[in-house]
Structure formats: C-alpha cells, structure tokens
Write a protein that binds this ligand. Structure first.
Ligand code: IMP
Ligand code: MG
Length: 177
C-alpha cells in the first residue's frame, strides 16, 4: 500500500539546467585550485554524479554518511558520522555536496568537523534549501533552488528509502486510508 501521494515539483530539464549552472560557477571559482568534493550519503549521490560530469576542472571526491536521531521527516540536533572521509583534506579546498538544507544541523556539524582537519576552505553546495525551517545559522555558498516547506523525494532523495531512483523531484503528501 502506498502511503504517500507524489506531486511534481522540479522537472528533469530544470534539474539539468540547475546542475549546469552550478557546475559552471564552481569550475570558474576553483580553477587552478585543488578541490575535493565531499558528498553526503545517501541523498546527494545523484546530484554529485551529475555535477562532476559537467565540471571543467579536475576534482577528487569522497563520501560521508551522517545519521541524525529523530523522526523520518524531521532531523534532531544530534548528528553522528557513520562513515568518515578517507582522503586528506589538509590545506585543500573542500566543497560539501548536499541534497537539501532543512534545519541546518547536519551541515553545521559536518562543516565544523571538517574544519578540524585544517582544510584551506570549506564551502557548501546544496541542491535545495528550505530556508523557512532553519534552526542554526548556515547558508549554502552554491544553491540550486530554494523551495517551500514541503517534503521532497526523487533524484536521490528518499522517504523511508523509497523513490531515490526517480529522475525528477516531487513533493509528497500522506494518503490517509
Ligand atoms: P537538517 O539537518 O535538518 O538540515 O537535515 C538535512 C537532511 O535531512 C538532508 O540531508 C536530508 O537527508 C534530510 N531531509 C531534509 N528535508 C528532506 C526532504 O524534504 N526529503 C527528504 N529528506 C530530507
Ligand atoms: Mg535522508
């Protein structure tokens, strides 16, 4: 039984133009520098893989997996690393690749933690931003699109591990039986 109804929010074409614009900006800003992209699993994997194919500069990539206690649709302030990065970021330019910024707790935690390894810079590239829900002060340096306070799925993003495979982005509403 499906628990959620899906409503189209961002088309494939719009995602593609967002990704191209971001890749273009990043390629210009980091030309001649040693850039490491750190992708937050699992939600940002599709965004990262599309983004790097449009970059015109060499980069290295790595992954982190973070867990935050709380319910499925709301993260708590307590974040933990369940898979850490494996490359050295000391003295390097780091760009965190995130699917959605919501309360901001996840990114704030990761940014602070990565800074302990003394990279030259740590910036954030987020596909989506729900600014209305921010609880800690953090802003993306590169943003795909600001969205309203809706719960989204598709293009790598899930609800209860479902819908990550969809090439478009949808918002969900619960179906009450
Ligand atoms: P934050 O710590 O509250 O900013 O939460 C960010 C994380 O919550 C993201 O990395 C997503 O994994 C998840 N998240 C926030 N909003 C949504 C959503 O609308 N759909 C699916 N996951 C979401
Ligand atoms: Mg998630």
């Amino acid at each position: 039984m499906e628990k959620y109804q899906l409503h189209p929010l961002i088309s494939r074409e719009e995602i593609e133009s967002i990704v191209e614009r971001l890749a273009d900006q990043i390629s210009k800003d980091y030309r001649g520098k040693e850039l490491i992209l750190i992708c937050i699993l699992k939600g940002a994997f599709m965004f990262l893989s599309d983004l790097i194919r449009h970059l015109r500069i060499p980069v290295k990539i790595d992954f982190v997996r973070l867990s935050s206690y709380g319910s499925q649709m709301r993260s708590s302030g307590q974040v933990e690393i369940t898979k850490d990065i494996e490359v050295s970021i000391e003295g390097k330019e780091v760009l965190i690749i995130e699917d959605i910024i919501d309360s901001g707790h996840t990114l704030k935690f990761l940014k602070d933690r990565l800074s302990l390894s003394r990279p030259n810079s740590v910036k954030v590239c987020a596909l989506l931003d729900k600014k209305a829900r921010r609880e800690v002060s953090i802003e993306p340096d590169y943003l795909g699109k600001a969205i309203e306070d809706v719960f989204v799925v598709g293009y790598g993003i899930d609800v209860e591990e479902c819908y990550r495979h969809l090439p478009e982005i949808y918002y969900v509403t619960p179906i009450h039986p």
